[in-house]
Structures are given as structure tokens and as C-alpha cells.
Design a protein around this ligand. Structure first.
Ligand code: ATP
Ligand code: MG
Length: 656
């Protein structure tokens, strides 16, 4: 990828943390030194310091059978005990674990003592239903405290959860239930989305509808249903149970049994941005160590004083690691919000920040860009002065959005951490430490202490500073995936075959090192375009487009082209005010020229399509492969993980 055009590297803005922030920060420069001296010893120290082990481990990493790693193998712990009971035992039972806010404005404050009590009762219910070590439980719930309780209760009895987004269809749910062979489904009648109840139970009923003749063996024995939406539901006696009938009636006495560190904790399907979702398997001790550590040092958690808010749904990995496991292992207080950001008004999130005095906010670039689109005046109606740290995850955050986030939301005061990681990595891998690193808009920057990454060429050779290539992880890490559920071959093929000789994990993302050695993410390797022999990254061109004042959002793909091999095709959303004042042809012309000036003539899009929306996964990521189908005039591929399935027909029509 050496012929890539340097563009993002021209960024020269730098932001050091304030002295006060640095002085009080949990993560210090010393962590890098410790990890560099003795990486395994470093992780062993973190595991001992951050977690309670019922049986202490004596082994740290076993990498004798790559790519199958074990961490802390002979240690035993209970994940739920670590997230709950021990905080109560330490006298913090009255601390609020969750400030929960429903979309209609109803609220619940759940303390650590209350959450522990609920999880113990639910654990007893699970045992009565025959759920024990190794059994799989599907969780299909809205963002309500019961979702967190369900995950922890499953973990507490040594079973394995598979959380499925509440927004997924019956078909997607069924595929996930079948793949994991779930014995129990935990769901709700419905939850609030966009101002009304969106039903969930009917999708479960449909997923489990008579399968005679389908060739699939029914594994589900029970469906446990939380009442949230109040909507009418069908009932299958014997199979279905109401949470509010069985959980409060169960005993609140429950001893947390110790399970081996490598006991499976959960299966989670990737977002499906690039293809069919993969059932990623994570285990207990290593995962919880890295979840707790990264949450503590990157989010700079001070559990006594912070009010932390990660806006992710528990249905994706960010919700697993940074709503449920990391913050609760650290005994933090957090906000959990059920609904959509713009219901009932576009300032809803900022109202919540003001109401709860949120100090740390962790969200995705897609959300930031949508707030930019509606304008700063919405956020500025609220008092955001409590915010002291901002985070980003999920996609590259373009410098334009980074600067907006910093000035409008962070008051030019709060450091921004751009955290690169994946469902597969389980926890953050590349990010600034907010009290240490001088941050750069648009760059995820440096591997965290104890993590080793590199950027290499196709042959696995380091590209060196100033060059682009493929992002790899060079050594095993505690929260690494242990496999793809039921498919060890796909696990090896997808992540390890490419650099088998070097033993590197292939992340599937393109990246570049700048002259300081900082990492810039360039987008998916699958999406890299080859125009007349030049390799161009989606992130760079999109970033240039969003840098134009008329553009709210942009997605770029490479479409086959007779003369250049591939041509750049851009799909852009134009800000309301510009749409009124300019013709689409004029805008397209301007933007083609703009990209040419910003990056170089080679990057100038062949086509610029002005669209109303972009196809996104439920976790808010742009699905470029669907746009490529449109750009190449093909039938649009698998759209099951798309948030809004109608959007592709709208785009196809707009393009024609
Ligand atoms: P699938 O693997 O099914 O295509 P997915 O990769 O979108 O789905 P996730 O595990 O949710 O599923 O996302 C991980 C990916 O998100 C990373 O590989 C990377 O492409 C992108 N990503 C996450 N955080 C960042 C970040 N801070 N900067 C740039 N890219 C990021
Ligand atoms: Mg992926």
C-alpha cells in the first residue's frame, strides 16, 4: 500500500491533557514501562489487582498451540461476583450502579445491592430451569436494567449468553438461537423506540414457531419474558414465564460458584458490516481483566465520583464490555438509556448529560455526525459542563467530527479518546491514555500498555513510519476471541492464515503509521480501492468530503471501471441549508473538484450521488458493500443486519 496518498497525515493539531487532568488520571506513563519490561507479568498484575480470584492462577499465558490461547488457565473466578457482590461486601452496596432512563421519561435508580439481589434471584430461577455451566442462553431485550441482570445471572451460573440486538428480526434471532443451540430465551413483551412500543415477544414466537419439517432440532425449552412495553403478547403455557412472577419469588440467597478462567462467558455475533456475522466466543478471566483495565485507564474511571455513560446497546460488543462488564467490575456508576437519541426531542442525550451530571461519555462517530447535522444550537441548550472526558468507537472519526465533538460537546476542555477495537478483540486495543497522550484529531494513536500491534505489507513485513498497510496484532492478548462458535476452521482462516508464518492476528483493517509512529485507521481492507494502481482508503476520501461545509455525511466505494480498474464513487448527504440553495449537479461538481484539491486528482470521485440516507448496521456503521452493489448496478446483497431495510431501495432510486 505504499503508493497510498498521504492526506490524513497532514493533520498537525495536538491537544495535551490539562495539568489537572493529568495529575488525577488513573492511567499513567508508568504502565507502558511495566508492560514493555514484562508483558505477561504486567497482565498478571492487572488480573490480580482488578479481580477477585477464588482460586489464584499460577499460569499466565499458554500459547503453545496457536492460535488457541489460554490466559490464567488454572485460576478460578466468578464473573458476576466480581461485578456485584464484592462491591456490596466492600460497603458500596448503596452506590448507584445504573441510573436508568426509559424513553418515555420513566426512571429507575438501581444500586449495587439491588442489582446483586436481582441477579441472585435470577440465578436461582436459571438453575431451576435447568440452566447450568456451558448452556447457552439467548438474550433479546431492550436497553433496560434486566438486560444487564440477565447477562450477569447467566455468567453467575457458568452458562454462556448470546445477546441479540432488540432491533433484529425473527429470522436473525432464529439464526443466532440455532447457531448457539440456546436452551432459554430471555426477552420482553416490547420496549420503547421512537416514541412508541416496539414489540419483541412476537419475534421470539415467530423464531420458535413450529419447526416440524425444517430439519432443525428445537433446543429452546423456555422463554422468560420481562414486562416492559405493556403490549399484548401471545403465550405458550409451559414454555413461557413472566419475569415478574418468577424472579421476585425466587430466593435471594445464591452462592457464586468459582469457574475456570477459560469457562466460556459469551458468544456475540459481529456487526455484519462486511459480510455474514461471525459468532465470536469469549471466555472469562482474561476478558474481564482487559475489560476492567481498559475501562479504568482509558475511561479514567474514578468510581466514587464519576457518572459514566456509554451509549452503546448491550446487543453489540461495546455494550458488553463497556456497559456491563468493565464498569461494573470497577464499581462505577453509569447512565443507561432505553431509547433513540432524538425522542421526544433532538436534545435528549444532552438533557440526560445535564440531568445526571455525566462526566464521561463514550459514543460512536455516527452519532456525533448526526448531531453535527442538526447543528450545535441543540446541544448548546444544555449544561454540558460536567463532561470531563469523551470517547469514540466503531468507525474512524474524521478530524472534522473530532473537532466538533471537542469544542461543542467537550467545551474545548475534555480530552477525546478514539478507541480502536473489535468484537474479536473483546476490549480496547489502540487508544490514547487521556492523562498521558497528546491527542491528534482522527488518529487512534498508540497500542494500550500490554498490547502489541504493527502495520505490515502483504508479506508481513513492517511498513515503517510514514507508510500504510494492514493492521496486525503481533502477540496474544487477554480478551482475545477464543474462536468462532462451532467453526474452528473459519476462525483460523479468517484471522490467522494470512500471517501464519509470523503468527500475527489479521484484523481486516487498513492502517497507516505517521512519522511519530501513531496509528491511523483507514477503513476495511475489503473496501480499499485500487484506482489506476493507486490504493486509496475510504476513510481518507470520506474525511475530505465531510471537510466540505456542505456535507453532513459521506460514504465512498470503489466501483469497477473500464479505464481505471476501479473508480471512486461517493454517496453524500448534504446539509439541509445547502440543499435548498444549490442544484444537485452543481454540488456534485463542486465536491468532485474539492476532493481533487484536498487529496489529489487521482482521488476525485467519478460519481457523486446525493442521497438522503446511508445504509448502516444497527450499531451505526456504514455498510459500504451494499453501496458497491448499487454503484456496480448489481442486485443488493444480504441486508439482514441493516438498521433500516427500506433505505437501500430509496438509495437505488436516488441513484437512478
Ligand atoms: P463484521 O466483522 O461482521 O463485518 P464489524 O467489523 O463492523 O462487522 P465490529 O466488531 O462491531 O463488527 O467492528 C469492528 C470494526 O469497527 C473494526 O474492525 C474497525 O473496522 C471498526 N472500528 C472500531 N473502532 C474503530 C476506531 N476507533 N477507528 C476506526 N475503526 C474502528
Ligand atoms: Mg469485523
Amino acid at each position: 500500500m505504499s503508493s497510498q496518498i498521504d492526506h490524513l497525515l497532514n493533520e498537525d493539531r495536538r491537544f495535551a491533557p490539562s495539568e489537572d487532568f493529568a495529575a488525577a488520571a488513573v492511567g499513567t506513563a508508568d504502565l507502558y514501562h511495566q508492560a514493555a519490561t514484562d508483558r505477561e507479568g504486567f497482565w498478571a498484575d492487572r488480573a490480580r489487582e482488578l479481580l477477585h480470584w477464588q482460586t489464584p492462577f499460577t499460569k499466565v499465558l499458554d500459547w503453545s498451540n496457536p492460535p488457541f490461547a489460554t490466559w490464567f488457565e488454572d485460576g478460578e473466578l466468578n464473573v458476576a461476583y466480581n461485578c456485584l457482590d464484592r462491591h456490596v461486601e466492600a460497603g458500596n452496596g448503596d452506590r448507584v450502579a445504573l441510573f436508568w432512563e426509559g424513553e418515555p421519561g420513566d426512571e429507575r435508580r438501581v444500586t449495587y445491592a439491588e442489582l446483586t439481589d436481582e441477579v441472585k434471584r435470577l440465578a436461582n430461577v436459571l438453575t431451576e430451569l435447568g440452566i447450568g455451566r456451558g448452556d447457552r442462553v439467548a438474550v433479546y431485550l431492550p436497553m433496560i436494567p434486566e438486560a444487564v441482570a440477565a447477562m450477569l445471572a447467566v455468567a453467575r451460573v457458568g452458562a454462556v449468553h448470546s445477546v441479540v440486538f432488540g432491533g433484529f428480526s425473527a429470522d436473525s434471532l432464529r439464526a443466532r438461537i440455532d447457531d448457539a443451540g440456546a436452551k432459554l430465551v430471555i426477552t420482553a413483551d416490547g420496549g420503547y423506540r421512537k416514541g412508541r412500543v416496539s414489540a419483541l415477544k412476537p419475534a421470539v414466537d415467530l423464531a420458535l414457531a413450529d419447526r416440524n419439517g425444517s430439519g432443525v432440532q428445537e433446543t429452546v425449552e423456555h422463554v422468560l419474558v420481562v414486562r416492559r412495553g405493556g403490549n399484548d403478547v401471545d403465550w405458550t403455557p409451559g414454555r413461557d414465564l413472566w419475569w415478574h412472577e418468577v424472579v421476585p419469588a425466587a430466593s435471594a440467597e445464591h452462592e457464586a460458584e468459582a469457574f475456570p478462567a477459560e469457562n466460556p462467558l459469551f458468544i456475540l455475533y459481529t456487526s455484519g458490516t462486511t459480510g455474514k456475522p461471525k459468532g465470536i466466543l469469549h471466555t472469562s478471566g482474561g476478558y474481564l481483566t482487559q475489560a476492567a483495565f481498559t475501562n479504568r485507564v482509558v475511561h479514567d474511571i474514578h468510581p466514587e465520583s464519576d457518572v459514566y455513560w456509554c451509549t452503546a446497546d448491550v446487543g453489540w460488543i461495546t455494550g458488553h464490555t463497556y456497559v456491563t462488564y468493565g464498569p461494573l467490575a470497577n464499581g462505577a456508576t453509569q447512565v443507561m438509556y432505553e431509547g433513540t437519541p432524538d425522542t421526544p426531542h433532538p436534545g435528549r442525550w444532552w438533557e440526560l448529560v445535564e440531568k445526571y451530571g455525566v462526566t464521561i461519555l463514550y459514543t460512536a462517530p455516527t452519532a456525533i455526525r448526526s448531531f453535527m447535522k442538526i447543528g450545535r444550537q441543540v446541544a448548546q441548550q444544555f449544561d454540558l459542563s460536567s463532561l470531563r472526558l469523551l470517547g469514540s468507537v466503531g468507525e474512524p472519526i474524521n478530524p472534522e467530527a473530532w473537532m466538533w465533538y471537542r469544542s461543542v460537546i467537550g467545551g474545548d476542555r475534555a480530552p477525546i479518546i478514539d478507541t480502536w477495537w473489535q468484537t474479536e478483540t473483546g476490549a480496547m486495543m489502540i487508544s490514547a491514555l487521556p492523562g498521558v497522550t497528546e491527542t491528534k484529531p482522527g488518529s487512534a494513536q498508540v497500542p494500550l500498555p500490554g498490547i502489541t500491534v504493527d502495520v505490515v505489507d502483504d508479506a508481513g513485513q513492517e511498513v515503517g513510519n510514514g507508510n500504510g498497510g494492514l493492521l496486525v496484532i503481533t502477540e496474544p492478548w487477554p480478551a482475545m476471541l477464543r474462536g468462532i462458535w462451532g467453526d474452528p476452521d473459519r476462525f483460523v482462516e479468517t484471522y490467522w492464515d494470512k500471517f501464519a508464518e509470523q503468527g500475527f492476528y489479521f484484523a481486516g483493517d487498513g492502517a497507516r503509521l505517521d512519522d511519530d509512529g501513531d496509528v491511523w485507521l483507514l477503513g476495511r481492507v475489503d473496501d480499499v480501492m485500487n484506482v489506476s494502481g493507486h490504493r486509496l482508503s475510504t476513510a481518507e476520501i470520506e474525511s475530505a468530503l465531510v471537510g466540505n461545509e456542505a456535507v453532513a455525511e459521506a460514504a465512498v466505494v470503489g466501483a469497477s471501471d473500464e479505464t481505471t480498474g476501479q473508480a471512486v464513487v461517493a454517496f453524500v448527504i448534504i446539509k439541509e441549508s445547502y440543499l435548498k440553495a444549490h442544484s444537485p449537479e452543481g454540488l456534485a461538481q463542486t465536491l468532485r473538484a474539492w476532493v481533487g484539491e484536498q487529496i489529489g486528482p487521482i482521488a476525485r470521485p467519478r460519481d457523486v450521488y446525493i442521497v438522503g440516507e446511508l445504509p448502516k448496521t444497527r450499531s451505526g456503521k456504514i455498510m459500504r458493500r451494499l453501496l458497491r452493489d448499487v454503484a456496480e448496478g448489481r442486485e443488493v446483497g444480504d441486508t439482514t443486519t441493516l438498521a433500516d431495510t427500506a433505505v437501500m431501495s430509496v438509495i437505488s432510486a436516488q441513484v437512478k
